[in-house]
Design a protein. Structure first.
Length: 357
C-alpha cells in the first residue's frame, strides 16, 4: 500500500519544477553569475547596480542558488560568491545554458498547450504562438525565434553525436547509401568523408525545397561527384537498389504504425543482405530507472513542442519492430558512459540490422 503523504511530497516536487528552472536560468540571464565570476564578495546592492536590478530582488533570486549550494552567502558581510558553480568548466556551463535556453524559448510556452497537442496530434503551441502549422524543424526554417532557440542546441548535438554515430557502423566498399531525410546534406558528406571507398555513392532524400542547399554543400565539400539529392518523403515508397539505408534523428518522431512504415520502406529500398542503420534515443528497459530522465523530458518535448506524436521506445521494442519488418538486428552501439556529460538527458543507440531474404 502506498503512503499518501509520500505521494504528495513527490507531487510537490513537480509543482516547484518550473519555478526552480526559471529562477536558476534568470540568474544567468540577469548576469548575476557572470558578475560573481568576475568578482566575488559582492553584496546584493553591488550586484543590483551591476545588472540593473533592485537589491531586494537580487536577494530573493539568489536565495535558491544559496540553498542549492550554487552560490555562497557570507552572513556577516552580506557578500555573495560562487560556490559549486565556480568549479564548472566554461564549455560545460555553456552547453547546459544552451539547452536551458532552448527549454525556456522552445518549450515552456508551447507546453501550456500540451493537453491540446496530445488530443490533436499536432504541435498546437507552434500555431498559437507563431501562427505556424507544422513541426518544430519546419518552424525553425522560417520563425527566427524558434531557430534562435533550437539552432545552437542542434549544432551542439550534431557535433557531439555524428562522429560517434559514424564510428558505430560499417559501410561496404563501393556501396550505395541512402540518407533518408538527409536535410542539408551533412550526413551524406560525412558518409563520404568517414566511410569513403572507390565507387561509394550517397543519396540524400528530403523535401524538394532543400535540394539547392544540399547540392551547394556537396559542391563546397568536394563530394558532388559522389553525392546526389532526390526529393521524397520517408513515409512514401523509397527509391531502390541501395546497400545501406540511414535513418537518423527522426524515428522517435513517429508513432508505431509510422515507424513500421519507415522500416518497411527501408526494407524495400535495400538489396538482399542490405543494412539499415537507425540512430535514436531509447528508454531503458526498466523505465523506473531513477537515473534515466528521458521519461521526464521527451513526452513533453516531442508531443508538445516538436511534432505532436511519436515518442521514444525501448531498444527491445525497436528490435521486435525491425524483425517484424524483415530485418535481423546484428549490432547495437551505445556511447561509452565516460564520454557522456553528467548533464546529459539523451541516451542514444545505433541499431544495425540486415535485410532477410
Amino acid at each position: 500500500m502506498s503512503n499518501p503523504d509520500a505521494v504528495l511530497v513527490r507531487m510537490r516536487e513537480y509543482m516547484v519544477g518550473p519555478t526552480r528552472f526559471m529562477i536558476l536560468h534568470a540568474c544567468f540571464e540577469l548576469g548575476l553569475v557572470d558578475a560573481l565570476r568576475k568578482e566575488g564578495g559582492l553584496t546584493a546592492a553591488e550586484l543590483g547596480a551591476a545588472v540593473g536590478a533592485r537589491p531586494d530582488a537580487v536577494e530573493q533570486m539568489l536565495t535558491l542558488l544559496v540553498k542549492e549550494g550554487f552560490v555562497a552567502l557570507d552572513e556577516s558581510t552580506g557578500g555573495y560568491t560562487l560556490d559549486a558553480l565556480a568549479d564548472v568548466a566554461e564549455p560545460d556551463l555553456q552547453r547546459v545554458l544552451t539547452f536551458m535556453g532552448m527549454i525556456k524559448t522552445g518549450m515552456l510556452r508551447q507546453l501550456y498547450h500540451l493537453t491540446d497537442s496530445v488530443r490533436t496530434g499536432t504541435a498546437v503551441g507552434l500555431k498559437e504562438l507563431y501562427g505556424f502549422e507544422g513541426t518544430l524543424f519546419e518552424a525553425a526554417a522560417v520563425v527566427p525565434e524558434v531557430r534562435a532557440a533550437w539552432g545552437p542546441l542542434a549544432q551542439n548535438e550534431t557535433a557531439s553525436v555524428y562522429p560517434w554515430f559514424f564510428r558505430s557502423f560499417d559501410v561496404p566498399d563501393g556501396a550505395r547509401v541512402l540518407d533518408v531525410r538527409g536535410g542539408n546534406g551533412l550526413g551524406a558528406i560525412m558518409t563520404c568523408q568517414l566511410k569513403g571507398s572507390p565507387g561509394l555513392r550517397v543519396t540524400a532524400l528530403d523535401r524538394p525545397e532543400l535540394e539547392a542547399e544540399c547540392l551547394r554543400n556537396f559542391e563546397a565539400q568536394g563530394v558532388a561527384d559522389q553525392c546526389s539529392f532526390v526529393s521524397g518523403d520517408a513515409l512514401d515508397p523509397l527509391p531502390g537498389g541501395f546497400d545501406v539505408v540511414l535513418l537518423k534523428h527522426f524515428v522517435d518522431m513517429h508513432d508505431k504504425d509510422e515507424v513500421l512504415t519507415l522500416f518497411r520502406n527501408a526494407h524495400e529500398a535495400l538489396e538482399p543482405g542490405g543494412r539499415i542503420v537507425v540512430l535514436a534515443p531509447v528508454y531503458p528497459e526498466d523505465v523506473k530507472d531513477p537515473d534515466d530522465l528521458q521519461a521526464d523530458f521527451f513526452p513533453a518535448y516531442i508531443l508538445g513542442c516538436v511534432v505532436g506524436r511519436g515518442g521514444l521506445q525501448k531498444l527491445s521494442t525497436y528490435r521486435d519492430w525491425l524483425q517484424e519488418c524483415g530485418f535481423e538486428v546484428t549490432d547495437v552501439a551505445a556511447k561509452d558512459p565516460a564520454d557522456i556529460p553528467a548533464d546529459a538527458i539523451i541516451n542514444r543507440v545505433v541499431i544495425c540490422a540486415t535485410k532477410r531474404g
